[in-house]
Ligand binder design. Structure first.
Ligand code: AR6
Length: 177
């Protein structure tokens, strides 16, 4: 049995620098790179990452695939595709799926530390507070379904303002409990 407990922590900064087993990429359906965190991850990993990504012929929204990390400190990259925000219930299901399916994939590969950026909260326009609530709910659900696994989740906020959004969401959740 794993000694480590499921845990969640917060980090402010650049996800490409994190020495965890897997970092999650906020990719698009083509998986062939883009701007934002996707661009930063591909730049830091090197061009072999793009070569490996081509083999998947894309990824559906809400789903995830895994590659090696190449020149990154992280051994693996989990590429997930967030929804382009439209305000529908489908967005919620897709964003929830990004977090939940990424953790499923990590566990299937016996990984015990995963860092997430704020999926869909940049170019894809998801309101940050709603996105943070869904991220926490999905991670919490996965933890409840996998109580003994010992997964360390790192939520990466690119700036202090984004970190504050998460703290507010957590405070509100505590008050409701
Ligand atoms: N480390 C941590 N977080 C980051 C970093 C970084 N190095 N760079 C940006 N962020 P976005 P999306 C944050 O736009 O909304 C791409 O072109 C950023 O502040 O990267 O899911 C893809 O190819 C924001 O909070 O992803 C897709 O086409 C969060 O990461 C599209 O963008 C996500 O912003 C996906 O859009």
């Amino acid at each position: 049995m794993n000694e480590q407990k499921n845990s969640i922590e917060f980090f402010i900064g650049d996800i490409t620098q994190l020495p965890v087993e897997a970092i999650v990429n906020a990719a698009n359906n083509s998986l062939l790179g883009g701007g934002g965190v996707d661009g930063a991850i591909h730049r830091a990993a090197g061009k072999e990452l793009l070569e490996e990504c081509r083999k998947f012929h894309g990824c559906e929204t809400g789903k995830a695939v895994i590659t090696k990390g190449y020149k990154l400190p992280a051994k693996h990259v989990i590429h997930t595709v967030g929804p382009i925000y439209s305000g529908t219930k489908e967005d919620v299901n897709h964003l929830f799926g990004c977090y939940y399916n990424s953790l499923e994939l990590a566990a299937r590969h016996h990984l015990h530390s995963v860092a997430f950026p704020g999926i869909s909260t940049g170019v894809y326009g998801y309101p940050k507070k709603e996105a943070a609530e869904i991220a926490i709910a999905a991670i919490d659900d996965w933890f409840n379904q996998n109580k003994e696994y010992g997964m360390r989740v790192v939520i990466v906020n690119f700036c202090k303002e984004d970190w504050l959004v998460y703290q507010e969401v957590l405070e509100n959740m505590k008050e409701r409990m």
